[in-house]
Design a protein around this ligand. Structure first.
Ligand SMILES: Nc1ncnc2c1ncn2[C@@H]1O[C@H](COP(=O)(O)OP(=O)(O)OP(=O)(O)O)[C@@H](O)[C@H]1O
Length: 234
């Protein structure tokens, strides 16, 4: 599980994360919501070790990882599906997955290339295609597959619906729903509230670099006035 305490981070001395507290138990999906620019991506990047925090604690299964390099954080059981996807374009689907599987040899676990293909048969059909020959949805599946092959305890998903047509978002949602029961904790940054509500057990709302609201998804959906005041949506 993920336990973040009083996390402060930003860019070149500016403060974006201003004391974030967030706990995500194993097997729980928390949607991290908030208006544009409040710091959601900064949070995800800081947890992944891509941005060094100024102070605070980031624990994965009890192990302190604040300030550790991204490869150390990855070895500690954290994987990211980054915004914009980023497959290795000149490599095929199979090669992309093989590299991800090799990179995580130190972390044994249930995920193999075979299981990734079972979860996402579309990827199996495209195994010989290069990253830049894939549709947006297929690229997103490849990014999810690469992350799963790291056998993560914590999965960070940064706007998985970004730039995808509604039918494709539905497909990706189905894939992510297929991960229920795997015991993976997940932080889902998502502008598409329908998708966030469909996938998340709980909701955390960020404002000005802090978590200002946390509740079950069901409670949050019922309280439209609160959702409106926190997110500016109905
Ligand atoms: N690499 C960077 N260098 C300097 N400032 C940055 C950098 N990345 C983000 N910021 C600033 O940090 C603040 C938070 O940005 P961040 O991308 O974390 O927000 P967000 O909540 O993910 O927003 P969005 O929903 O628009 O992606 C913004 O003011 C942004 O301009």
């Amino acid at each position: 599980m993920l336990s973040v305490r009083d996390l402060r981070a930003g860019y070149a001395g500016t403060t974006v994360l201003d004391g974030v507290d967030l706990t995500v138990p194993a097997g729980t999906v928390v949607a991290l919501l908030g208006r544009n620019g409040v710091g959601k991506t900064t949070f995800v990047h800081t947890v992944m070790g891509m941005l060094k925090p100024y102070s605070g604690s980031i624990r994965i299964d009890g192990r302190e990882l604040a300030g550790a390099a991204a490869h150390t954080v990855a070895r500690g059981g954290v994987a990211i599906v980054p915004q914009g996807r980023r497959a290795f374009a000149p490599l095929t689907v199979e090669e992309n997955l093989t590299i991800a599987a090799r990179a995580s040899r130190g972390r044994p676990g249930p995920w193999t290339t075979k299981r990734v293909y079972e979860l996402m048969p579309r990827l199996a059909e495209r195994r010989g295609n290069r990253g830049d020959q894939l549709s947006g949805g297929e690229q997103q599946m490849l990014a999810i597959g690469r992350a799963l092959l790291r056998n993560p305890r914590l999965l960070l998903l940064d706007e998985p619906s970004d730039g995808l047509a509604p039918a494709v978002v539905d497909l990706i949602a189905g894939v992510l729903e297929g991960l229920r029961g795997e015991g993976i904790a997940a932080v889902l940054v998502e502008q598409d509230l329908h998708l966030a509500f469909r996938l998340a057990d709980e909701v955390a709302v960020m404002q000005k670099g802090r978590i200002v609201h946390r509740s079950s998804t069901a409670d949050f959906r019922q309280d439209r006035r609160r959702a409106h005041s926190l997110l500016g949506v109905g």
